[in-house]
Design a protein around this ligand. Structure first.
Ligand code: GAR
Length: 190
């Protein structure tokens, strides 16, 4: 079994979609969901689906080996960021393969502070004709790791950040779980 830990900071619709996708998978197990926000809805969603959910502080995440040790004890092979706000510290990137999803076509609209609706607000404000999703490996810089997959969608003149977010979410639900599975297959983990 390949054990995956999901990190998320918000509503967690991607986390739920990933949990459901792998629910009866023969080789992949979603071990746990971790959030840096105590009241993030993602923790409730995970618990409702029978997945252990955990809150952690900045002190536990950065400059301490405690979380890494715990994830290693759980035999976590892959950490998936599904709407996670913080930069992942270097020691984490050294210890695990980490995959992130970003709701735009990186390198555009990436970097610190570019999260969720803020990304879509900028895309709409700049009257872009297209946007999309980027699924990528995480390295030590925000949104700079190797791309695994990009998928585009149109941005219409009458889009708001909310209508664009909904279109992007549909792409995420369709492509993210499969991209995780494909990555594991490509790396001969499955
Ligand atoms: C998703 O659209 C994800 O791409 C984005 O946050 C949203 C979380 O939605 N991630 C980032 O912006 C990372 N910089 P969700 O909580 O409903 O899955």
């Amino acid at each position: 079994m390949k054990n995956i830990a999901i990190f998320a900071s918000g509503a967690g619709s991607n986390a739920e979609n990933i949990i459901r996708y792998f629910q009866n998978h023969p080789n992949v197990h979603i071990d746990s969901v971790w959030s840096n926000k105590k009241d993030a809805y993602v923790l409730q969603r995970a618990a409702n689906l029978g997945v252990e959910s955990r809150y952690f502080t900045r002190e536990q995440f950065i400059g301490s080996d405690q979380m890494i040790a715990e994830l290693q004890l759980r035999n976590i092979e892959l950490v998936v960021l599904a709407g996670f706000l913080w930069l992942v510290p270097p020691e984490f990137v050294d210890a695990f393969t980490v995959i992130n999803i970003h709701p735009a076509l990186l390198p555009a609209y990436g970097g610190k502070g570019m999260y969720g609706l803020i990304v879509h607000e900028s895309v709409v404000r700049n009257r872009e004709k297209e946007s999309g999703i980027t699924i990528h490996l995480v390295n030590k810089e925000y949104d700079k790791g190797e791309h695994l997959l990009q998928v585009k969608c149109p941005v219409f003149p009458d889009d708001t950040s909310e209508t664009l977010a909904a279109r992007i979410h549909e792409l995420e639900y369709k492509f993210f779980p499969k991209a995780i599975e494909d990555y594991l297959i490509r790396n001969k983990s499955l």
